[in-house]
Design a protein around this ligand. Structure first.
Ligand code: C6P
Length: 416
């Protein structure tokens, strides 16, 4: 499970029971029961997460690491307990390797500014793939502007898979950092990240994996993968927005300067010299998102109580069903047909702009994402301005798939 996202044999998920855990699924949209197929953008929260956040805010809130009073200690225990929960979730060696950030975007920017910027020079190379989300492109472009290093991009094929041979050819002694997604948000492609990491390490490069779309669908073991940095967001993992995780190998984090200054990241401050706090707090300037961390820990408890293999197997069944059903519809083209995919189905309807399609689906109570999915180079590769994207989570059902198919038929009647 660490290297790819193929489901293993697992007990079936009791989806009706799961759905009862998510109160928002009772919402009626435009007169229809909500069919939520946009979890790749942001997943909904189960009651366990909502309650954990409310419980914390109601009974334990104060600032962390600052007070001897009871509430500050309770808040600190909750926040640091959440860090230990995250450590176990991804099997990191130590809580010193778990940095709380606002989300994937902030985690990548932290590595770009605190690892890459001070180290890279003209002639050095950063290697990414065509499949990346803008969050794993633009921070590296900024570093290139700041340091004079060069960004290289590994190509993909017509199925939306990384061209591994060409990726390997682009790796060389100048490659200092490799940054790739574990799962593409635009197409659902699962990348061979273990192979990527091994190959990058052979040339001495450091590897950052963007796990935003992987952690909700598979057991991720950062040590088994061998990742140097691994980043993800809480809100795609059934947790709150505004909280995410940067995992970094301790020796790398220890050698990096802080990237933001302020409270909590220091040991002593004088106008002559400031000394910095230990890991992980060195990278957490200012009052953190305490309730976000508490909610994220509750989300991890919840997901593990369902069993990630069972969730993954359920989502794979829905993905395969939806792929087969949509492939039969006239005028529908599925974009991204990789052999290994997770949870995401991107498609177009001939002659209909995806935004118009999205509007008709919304009128039927169906939430899909339409647009470039913050992955414009992927759209450019396929010669498209945008796609519609359905994405599946633990609470989706076969009925959701048939509702999507029904509404697409209706859209075709309207537009074609
Ligand atoms: N993708 C989507 O609809 P933030 O916004 O920091 O939580 O996550 C950014 C990000 C980075 N990498 C990948 C692979 C992602 O999927 C995302 C977020 C959402 O696909 C919103 S653009």
């Amino acid at each position: 499970m660490a290297a790819n996202l193929s489901p293993v044999a697992s007990p079936a998920l009791d989806v009706e029971r799961v759905r009862r855990d998510f109160p928002i699924l009772d919402t009626v949209v435009n007169g229809h029961p909500l069919v939520y197929l946009d979890s790749a953008a942001s997943a909904q929260r189960p009651r366990a997460v909502l309650r954990a956040v409310e419980e914390y805010e109601t009974h334990s809130h104060a600032n962390v690491h600052r007070g001897v009073h009871a509430l500050s200690q309770a808040a600190t225990a909750a926040y640091e307990g959440a860090r230990e929960r995250v450590r176990r979730f991804i099997n990191a060696r130590s809580t010193r390797e778990i940095i709380f950030v606002r989300g994937t975007t902030e985690g990548i920017n932290l590595v770009a500014q605190a690892w890459a910027r001070p180290r890279l020079r003209p002639g050095d190379e950063i290697l990414i793939s065509t499949l990346e989300h803008h969050a794993n492109i633009v921070p590296w472009q900024l570093v290139c502007e700041q340091t004079g290093c060069t960004l290289k991009v590994a190509p993909i094929n017509a199925r939306g898979e990384l061209e591994l041979e060409e990726f390997l050819e682009l790796l060389g002694p100048r490659t200092r950092l490799v940054g790739v997604a574990h799962v593409s948000n635009a197409l659902g492609t699962v990348l061979p990240v273990k192979r990527v990491i091994e190959a990058a390490h052979e040339v001495g490069a450091v590897v950052l994996i963007d796990g935003a779309q992987a952690v909700p669908h598979s057991i991720v073991d950062v040590r088994a993968l061998g990742a140097d940095f691994y980043v993800f967001s809480g809100h795609k993992l059934y947790g709150p927005t505004g909280i995410g995780v940067l995992y970094g190998r301790e020796e790398l984090l220890a050698a990096m300067p802080p990237w933001q200054g302020g409270g909590d990241m220091i040991l002593t401050v004088s106008f002559e010299k400031t000394t910095y706090n230990e890991l992980p707090w060195k990278f957490e300037a200012g009052t953190p998102n305490i309730s976000g961390a508490v909610g994220l820990a509750a989300a991890m408890d919840y997901l593990e109580s369902l069993g990630l293999p069972a969730v993954a197997a359920h989502e794979q069944r829905l993905l395969q069903l939806a792929t087969a059903e949509l492939a039969r519809l006239p005028g529908i083209e599925i974009i991204g047909t990789a052999a290994q995919k997770a949870s995401v189905l991107s498609f177009t309807m001939k002659g209909v702009h995806p935004h118009d399609l999205g509007t008709v689906l919304d009128a039927e109570g169906i939430a899909v994402r339409t647009g470039h999915h913050c992955a414009m180079p992927v759209m450019t590769f396929f010669g498209l301005p945008a796609t519609a994207r359905a994405s599946f989570a633990c609470y989706n059902t076969e009925h959701d798939v048939s509702e999507l198919v029904r509404a697409l038929g209706k859209a075709r009647e309207v537009f074609v």
